[in-house]
Design a protein. Structure first.
Lengths: 133, 294
């Protein structure tokens, strides 16, 4: 699988989330994603970036363009926040420790093709998602 | 002679100090063509800036001519400020950079005069001065661009703030066309203004149009749902329009329950329904149509 390019963006403020969405949308469009697929991956990115900011106390997003046998977009959201104690529970629809709808994590998972959470309590969280063209 | 020994190891700092007034006068003259914008900045302000720049330059150059060093920090800070002010006042990047570049000639004249007996020292000093001023000029340009970006960002935010008016479409029918990013503190204000307008106009139906909202995520949905619920408590029905196919799909994947909310693909569909709900009906009076029938 050939990684064509990698780019890191900060996720530290509200306006960083807007920038993340713009960057993901532009990249997906450039890769030739359909409008529906663009919207799906941008919405997933929006949810995960917000979690990084709100629950993870800020971090960054790595954007990886894949151009092997298949074209795809991989996004890695990384923070050094409190981590997730029970990942199964966090993924459950409606579960929230904040004041959100509790649909972001599960929703993001349904909007992409590959989904992975790596989290250590007290260390931080990395969520990696991939959407193939 | 005393003067020649001073001149031979004349430091930049001493040259600037000794010839301060002459350099200043020539610099101001030099600038009149390039960056002096008396329409944008008062003469006295410009003179004060030039004087401050020269003094900071003299002090910093005592330790060398590398603009990145700590000794140059006060000078860099001053350039940051002046670039910021110029960006806001409407100077062009060129006019802003020329503030630094136009001091070259007056300084070179001063250096030449100070080293009239030592061509090698003169060339060396001119070279290091060129390098120094170039890097300060670039720094100025960067600072200017940063300030401009800041100005543009603020203008965009202001624009978004303004671009969400509540409009009365018909007696008892309001519309709120939303445009742009919806998930900041602004959303709260916009939604509140809709609720206020419902009360003021005694409306029964409110259409929230999201055609101009690029992404509907759970935060946006949460705001929409809250508004719909609050409007309902006030006796008004909400219709959400502008739900494009790709948005409808993502909403389903996110697991957001909009079943209790009336949604329409377009604003005109929503308007038709709103008229019906408000008790109005349309009759088409079209002569051409009836002629064709005959
Ligand atoms: N990056 C993260 N760091 C720590 N906890 C997280 C992170 N992302 C998600 N969580 C936890 O998972 C829960 C569910 O997330 P989500 O489904 O996005 O719902 P919401 O953000 O509305 O709470 C959050 O309430 C939070 O407790
Ligand atoms: Mg969330």
């Amino acid at each position: 699988m050939a990684v064509v390019s990698t780019e890191a963006t900060p996720v530290a403020t509200e306006s960083d989330i807007v920038a993340v969405r713009r960057l993901v949308r532009e990249t997906a469009a450039k890769l030739g994603f359909s409008l529906v697929d663009q919207t799906k991956v941008v919405t997933a990115a929006s949810e995960l970036a917000r979690n990084t900011l709100i629950h993870g106390n800020g971090g960054e997003m790595e954007l990886i363009t894949l151009n092997g046998p298949r074209v795809g977009l991989r996004l890695k959201f990384h923070d050094h926040g409190p981590g997730i104690r029970d990942i199964q529970l966090a993924l459950r629809d409606g579960f929230t420790t904040g004041s959100g709808l509790g649909l972001g994590l599960g929703g993001a998972k349904r909007l992409v093709n590959e989904f992975e959470i790596d989290s250590q309590v007290g260390q931080g969280t990395t969520v990696t998602v991939t959407r193939w063209k | 002679m005393a003067t020649s020994t001073v001149n031979q190891n004349a430091t930049l700092a001493s040259i600037i100090q000794q010839r301060r007034e002459a350099i200043l006068a020539e610099w101001l003259r030099e600038m009149s063509g390039a960056t002096r914008r008396s329409d944008l900045m008062k003469e006295s302000e410009l003179q004060a800036q030039c004087g401050q720049f020269l003094d900071l330059l003299a002090r910093a150059s005592e330790t060398g001519t590398n603009a990145q060093t700590a000794a140059y920090e006060p000078l860099r800070e001053m350039l940051m400020d002046t670039s910021h002010v110029r960006a806001q006042k409407g100077f062009t990047p060129r006019e802003t950079a020329m503030f630094v570049f136009s001091i070259k000639r007056p300084l070179f004249t001063a250096i030449r005069e100070a080293h009239s007996k030592d061509a090698v020292a003169m060339a060396e000093q001119m070279w290091s001065m060129t390098e120094l001023l170039d890097s300060l000029g670039l720094y100025t340009t960067e600072a200017y661009l940063k300030s401009r970006e800041e100005v543009i960002r603020r203008q965009q935010e202001d624009m978004l703030e303004l671009s969400t008016p509540v409009v009365k479409l018909w007696e008892g029918i309001l519309a709120l066309p939303l445009i742009g990013t919806l998930d900041s503190a602004r959303t709260q204000i916009v939604m509140e203004s809709l609720l206020e307008a419902i009360v003021q106009t005694n409306s029964r139906v409110a259409i929230i149009d999201i055609t101009g909202v690029p992404t509907v995520d759970t935060v946006v949905a949460q705001h929409l749902l809250k508004t719909v619920t609050a409007a309902r408590l006030m006796g008004a029905d909400c219709i959400i329009s502008g739900v494009r196919p790709q948005i409808a799909q993502t909403i389903v994947h996110l697991g957001i329950n909009l079943l209790d909310v009336t949604t329409k693909a377009t604003l005109s569909d929503a308007f038709g329904l709103a008229m019906q709900r408000a008790g109005f009906s349309f009759v088409r009076s079209d002569k051409k149509e009836s002629k064709r029938d005959n």
